[in-house]
Design a protein around this ligand. Structure first.
Ligand SMILES: Cc1cc2nc3c(=O)[nH]c(=O)nc-3n(C[C@H](O)[C@H](O)[C@H](O)COP(=O)(O)OP(=O)(O)OC[C@H]3O[C@@H](n4cnc5c(N)ncnc54)[C@H](O)[C@@H]3O)c2cc1C
Length: 384
């Protein structure tokens, strides 16, 4: 793969460039991208990611600062998305998202075992927040967790949960009622084989393991609460603060692959007696794709650098990066499909796959409209 020109900017350090060079050469296992059962290929991918010590970069070890280097996570996602696809990228990032509430809440003995196994690629992690009537409106979570002696009893339904049905453990958010709305939610660490928990697969537009979780009088020990009662919303937002910018990075990877495939295509296909690449209208499209991608790349790595530099939550920078990169990637991939013509809409063609891969990214971890709200609120807030 061609290195991104953004990687040469001061937003990255030499050790990031070394990581990118190593990953560009790494022999990523070939797995079936759209299997009937995602379990086996996701486990194969996780073992390979662990062997390459990449999961160490997304799940901090006990005794460390319990923080991840956001630029490394972004680079890994960009390269996996470019070189492999959605399965590898999702397998990698979900080990982080599915365990982040544990390490953000301070780890502890119980969490430590789960973190170690997930970091070694031996277990699959998942994070279950969204419900049929609580997506963008997180405060509307209706799953209940009612205290009963030393346990909580959970009832409710989660939907669109990545790794539902193949995960070994979930962090599940439920209403414990310490306060109204978002402040009355708590998180629980739940094993997949807990009685009362069942999963049903959903078929997404792109290769994506996921589905519905149902909790029916599911009993969980109070010792499995993650963090303090009522802290789940804060933990979820802290998790998204870390990983949201990396959605933008993965989008860059898919879109850069689409651009490179298109450059090769227009260079080799003749039309009206000359290569497509010699047609001005085609050149204009290639220029638009490049400008959009490099602009988005700057935003992604600026936001990631801001996080790593300890400049605070950087909520606006992160939202801008996620918004701009996913929207730009959608445009770039759409243009790639257009320039491929009929070959671009044949099932199995690379740009057709990228077209499907990129679409959910403008919806999950905050839809584009929600990112705009975050950006506007930050700009409009009173300044001292
Ligand atoms: C592939 C995939 C994987 C996912 N994985 C997970 C997971 O692992 N765990 C998990 O908990 N959730 C997961 N989700 C859920 C995801 O976070 C939600 O889909 C997302 O938050 C949007 O919620 P919703 O689908 O209910 O859409 P809704 O909240 O119903 O929103 C629908 C649309 O309304 C518009 N909209 C929303 N708010 C506003 C606004 N304020 N102003 C204007 N327009 C607005 C947007 O266009 C939005 O797309 C996943 C989703 C997908 C698609």
């Amino acid at each position: 793969m061609t290195p991104s020109p953004i990687w040469a900017t001061p937003f990255l350090d030499d050790h990031h460039r070394a990581l990118a060079a190593r990953l560009a050469e790494w022999s990523i296992p070939h797995v079936e991208e759209e299997p009937a059962d995602f379990g086996p290929p996701v486990r194969t991918m996780l073992r390979a990611l662990a062997d390459e010590a990449l999961l160490d970069l997304i799940i901090p070890a006990a005794g460390s600062t319990l923080a991840v280097d956001v630029r490394s996570v972004c680079l890994i996602r960009e390269i996996l998305a470019y070189r492999s696809g959605g399965l590898a990228d999702t397998a990698f990032v979900m080990q982080g998202i599915g365990t982040a509430p544990l390490w953000l809440a301070g780890g502890g003995a119980l969490a430590g075992e789960y973190l170690d196994r997930a970091r070694q690629g031996r277990t699959i992690a998942a994070f279950a927040l969204t419900e049929p009537d609580a997506g963008s409106d997180v405060a509307a979570v209706a799953t209940t967790a009612v205290r009963d002696g030393d346990d909580y009893v959970l009832n409710g339904t989660k939907t669109y949960i990545t790794n539902a049905g193949i995960a070994d453990h979930y962090v599940i958010v439920a209403r414990t009622g310490e306060a109204e709305g978002a402040r009355g939610l708590s998180a629980f660490l739940v094993d997949a084989d807990t009685p009362g928990l069942s999963a049903e697969t959903q078929d997404f537009v792109a290769a994506h393991a996921g589905g519905i979780l149902r909790m029916n009088d599911m009993r969980v020990s109070a010792s499995r609460m993650v963090g303090a009662p009522g802290s789940a919303f804060k933990l979820a937002m802290q998790t998204f603060d870390i990983f949201r910018v990396s959605v933008g990075a993965a989008a860059l990877g898919f879109a850069r692959r689409a651009l490179d495939e298109t450059v090769e295509r227009v260079g080799s296909r003749a039309m009206f007696g000359k290569p497509m690449a010699a047609i001005e209208g085609v050149q204009s499209k290639i220029a638009d794709m490049t400008v959009a991608l490099e602009g988005a790349g700057l935003q992604v790595y600026r936001a990631a650098w801001s996080k790593d530099a300890g400049l605070g939550r950087c909520t606006r920078e992160v939202s801008m990066a996620k918004l701009v990169a996913t929207e730009a990637a959608q445009e770039v991939v759409d243009t790639a499909v257009q320039l491929f013509g009929g070959a671009g809409v044949l099932r199995g063609s690379i740009v057709e796959r990228l077209y499907r891969e990129i679409r959910p990214m403008r919806i999950y971890e905050g839809a584009s409209e929600v990112q705009k709200l975050v950006i506007a609120r930050d700009i409009l807030k009173p300044r001292s």
